[in-house]
Design a protein around this ligand. Structure first.
Ligand code: F6P
Length: 426
């Protein structure tokens, strides 16, 4: 990574590592700020980052090289992609990194985040830096002043990436413009695709499975059944949960945050609703009163030859298949159907679309598909994803915060019991 402080580098770094891990690569962020805090100490004042401060510069260089060495060591072992998260804001520093990577035979891509919009920088400082261990217990105004002074110190020595021989991507103003230079190969193509779509907006997402279907009642896998009466009841409860908040008469009928609805989530302004193309998902959205977007990518895992069977029937009629699925549920591919890994890969374009659009979004889909989406959103290891609990009639609210996301689960009426899956959680 390259860029001044508060340019969203760590946000990009974490998103990138999480996306690549989700696609099955071993990816990890090496954050030099954490090394500095651990080895030199937190709460270093702005003058410590002054390029004219020889002692500070040496100490920062030493921890930066420690982090780089650790990254290269990790790449020699199990790692595929190390995201080296630091300012790396001078040519000299980047040349040093390039030499070390070259010696280790590691290809290098610079991702530079440039942002001159003071509003974005300010909101970045407030959303992340003020919460950092560097400013625990420090008065907000004092912390802001110090952090701006730290940025100014880096700014004096800053040299943008400009060598046309280098492999680089420049992300300008949070994705308004993206410049790509000498980027080649399938892995880096995914990196560029994500960077082209990432927005800095933090918005809430809600995930829910469709209401109980006639197939759920019988414990049958797959299919395209209608909702059961209880599923229909859930569809109505969901609509009530997402009702627009009541108007505030004191504000001339306009909705304001001062008039939150006491019992429901409140319809976020501009709420988008995505469903799969299957009947049970579309029917679950029908009382919301919002135009919905049906996505084929959100259709449930294709159970191939097992579609329409119950888990017991699968066990009795195809014991070897059931055992193979229990052994490796992530990679097991139903004959003529899909595996969880296949689902992840078909969701990839949808993830990019989700990252690109900035509206709060409710996704009404299915168990396996939501497990895969959830793993991406919360950064859970993909190995765990086929066992993740995503019960029926439960709305999962995911809101990004400075370093990850907050999650809240709301169970809506009516409660339902579900039959066991072929491969229960370990
Ligand atoms: O049982 C409902 C369902 O959505 C099936 O259609 C699908 O095959 C299954 O869940 C996925 O869950 P698991 O991978 O645990 O079988």
């Amino acid at each position: 990574m390259v860029g001044l402080p508060a340019r969203g580098k760590s946000f990009l770094a974490r998103k990138l590592a999480r996306y690549l891990r989700w696609l099955g690569h071993e990816a990890r962020v090496f954050n030099v700020g954490s090394y500095r805090r651990e080895r030199i100490g937190e709460q270093k004042p702005a003058w410590f980052f002054d390029p004219a401060n020889a002692e500070g510069s040496q100490a920062r260089q030493a921890v930066a090289m420690d982090a780089l060495d650790d990254a290269l060591r990790w790449l020699r072992g199990e790692g595929d992609v190390a995201v080296y998260d630091a300012t790396n804001s001078t040519r000299a520093r980047r040349e040093l990194i390039a030499r070390r990577c070259d010696a280790a035979g590691v290809p290098l891509l610079f991702i530079e985040s440039i942002c001159d919009d003071p509003a974005i920088v300010e909101s970045n400082i407030r959303a992340t830096k003020l919460l950092s261990p560097d400013y625990v217990g420090v008065d907000t105004e004092e912390a802001l002043r110090d952090f701006r002074a730290r940025i100014a110190n880096y700014q004096r020595a800053y040299q943008p990436v400009d060598d046309p021989e280098l492999s680089f991507v420049k992300v300008i103003d949070g994705g308004r413009q993206v410049v790509v230079n000498r980027v080649d190969g399938p892995l880096l193509a995914r990196v560029v695709a994500l960077l082209l779509n990432l927005r800095l907006t933090r918005r809430t997402l809600w995930l829910t499975r469709h209401g109980e279907s006639q197939y759920n009642v019988r414990g049958r896998i797959g299919g395209d059944a209608d909702l059961s009466p209880r599923g229909e009841e859930f569809a109505r409860a969901l609509a009530a949960h997402f009702q627009p908040p009541p108007v505030d008469p004191a504000k001339g009928g306009e909705w304001t945050a001062s008039a939150p609805h006491p019992t429901n989530a409140g319809r976020a302004p501009g709420l988008e609703v995505w469903t799969s193309t299957l009947k049970r998902s579309v029917q679950t959205a029908r009382h919301l009163g919002i135009a919905t977007t049906p996505w084929r990518q959100l259709d449930e895992i294709d159970a191939g030859v097992c579609d329409g069977l119950t888990y017991d029937e699968v066990r009795r009629q195809m014991p070897e298949l059931a055992a193979a699925r229990e052994r490796d549920k992530l990679r097991f591919r139903y004959p003529q159907g899909e595996s969880y890994l296949d689902v992840i890969h078909r969701l990839d374009p949808l993830i990019l679309e989700l990252e690109r659009q900035t509206a709060p979004t409710l996704i009404i889909a299915h168990q396996a598909v939501l497990r895969a989406l959830y793993a991406y959103l919360v950064g859970e290891p993909v190995e765990h994803c086929p066992h993740q609990s995503i019960p029926l009639h439960t709305v999962i609210e995911i809101t990004p915060n400075a370093y990850g996301c907050d999650e809240r689960r709301t169970v809506l009426a009516p409660r339902v019991e579900e039959r066991r899956s072929i491969a229960p959680s370990p």
